[in-house]
Write a protein that binds this ligand. Sequence first.
Ligand SMILES: NC(=O)c1ccc[n+]([C@@H]2O[C@H](COP(=O)([O-])OP(=O)(O)OC[C@H]3O[C@@H](n4cnc5c(N)ncnc54)[C@H](O)[C@@H]3O)[C@@H](O)[C@H]2O)c1
Length: 387
Amino acid sequence: MYTIKTLNSIAAAGLARLPAAQFAVDNNADAPAGILVRSAKMHEMPLPDSLLAIGRAGAGVNNIPVDACSEKGIVVFNTPGANAGAVAELTIGGLVLASRNVAPAIRWADALKGQGDAVPGMVEKGKGQFVGPELRGKKLGVVGLGAIGVKVANMALHLGMQVYGYDPYISVEAAWNLSGEVIHCAQLGEILSQCDYITLHLPVNASTKGFLNASALASCKQGVRVLNFARGELVDNEALLAALAAGKVAAYVTDFPCEALLDQPGVTCIPHLGASTPESEENCAVMAADELADYLLNGNITNSVNLPAVTQARAGDKRICVIHKNEPGLIAGITAVTTGAALNIENMVNKSRGNMAYTMLDATGALPADLQAQLEAIPGVIRVRIL
Ligand SMILES: NC(=O)c1ccc[n+]([C@@H]2O[C@H](COP(=O)([O-])OP(=O)(O)OC[C@H]3O[C@@H](n4cnc5c(N)ncnc54)[C@H](O)[C@@H]3O)[C@@H](O)[C@H]2O)c1
C-alpha cells in the first residue's frame, strides 16, 4: 500500500486513477511514498525518506526542489502536453479573432448601449469598418510542432487552410501525429515570406527570446496576422507595435498581455486563458497520477524532469530498480551483485540523464534477503527498490 499526499486540490478524475487496493490518499501523511502537487511551493518543505516520487499536475516545476530530489533519489514527474487541446482550441479561436476584428467590433457594439431603437440601424451602418477575411484557402504558418503546434496545424487543415510547419527539432512522436498535408518548411524564412497567418508554439529560452523581432517581421508578408499563445517574450513588442503601425502586421492576438500591448489598435489581448479549462486541469491530474502510479507499482518512468524515460513490460519474478549516479562501473557493480545472488536477468535497461541514471532489471530466482542492502552499498547508488 502506497500513501499519497496531495499538496493542492487535485481533480477527482486524477485521484480516481489510484486504486484503493494499492493507494491511500492521506493529505496529512508524514511519510508519504508519493506527492501530487499543482502550484504549492515545496522548496522549504522537508523531503521525508519515505518519498519516492512527486507528480506535478502541470508543466513547470519551479515550485519543486528538483536538484534536492535527485540527490535523494526522488523522481519528479510533470505533465507536458496535458493542456495542449485547450491551448490549440483557443488558438483556433484566435485565428477568427485576428481575421474578423471580433474584439474591437464587440467593444464598438457595446458602446451603442443607450441608443434605443436606433441600435439595429447603427449596427448595419457601422459594421463595414470591421470586415475581415475568411480563413479558408489562406496560408497558416505554425512555428513549433510539439504537443500544441501539431494539434493547431491539424485542426487548421479542417478549416480549409494551407498549413506550413517549421520545427527543426520535431520529435518522432509529433511527426507521427502531424498530418501529411502539412507542408514542411526547413527554413523559418519560408513561413515568414509566404504565410498570411503565423502562430507561435515554441518554448521561450535564451535562443528564442525575441524570436519575432524587427528583422523577422520585415521578412513577413504585408498584412500578416500573428498569434502568440506560447510565451510573451517570444515577440519583441516594440518591433511588433511598429509593424502594426506601418501596416506590415494587420493583427496580433496574444495570450500574454502587458502594459505596452493593452488598448493598442490591432492588438487583441487575452488574459492567459490558453489552458484555463476544467478539462485541462483534469488531464493534468490524470496524467500525473498515472505517471506516479506506474512508477510506484512498476518502476516505469514517463515524463520525469530529473530521470530518464524508462518503460518496459514486466518479466521474471521480481523487478529491481536502481537510481544511481551516471558514473563508470555502476552497471558492472549492480550485475556483480545479481550474479553473486545467482539471479537470472530476463531483461535489463539502463538509461542516463545528465548526472543521473536508472537501471531496471527483471530477474528470476530466489532473492537473498540482503539483496537491497548489497545494492545500496555500491558507491554511487542512490536508491534501490525491489518490486
Ligand atoms: N497559453 C497557455 O496557457 C499555454 C499553455 C501551455 C503551454 N504554453 C506554451 O506553448 C508552447 C508550446 O507548448 P507545447 O506543450 O506544445 O510544448 P512542446 O515541448 O510539446 O513543443 C514545443 C516545440 O517547439 C519546438 N521548438 C523549439 N525550439 C524551436 C525553434 N527555435 N523553432 C521552431 N520550433 C522550435 C520543439 O522542437 C517542440 O517540438 C510553450 O511555449 C509553452 O510554454 C502556453
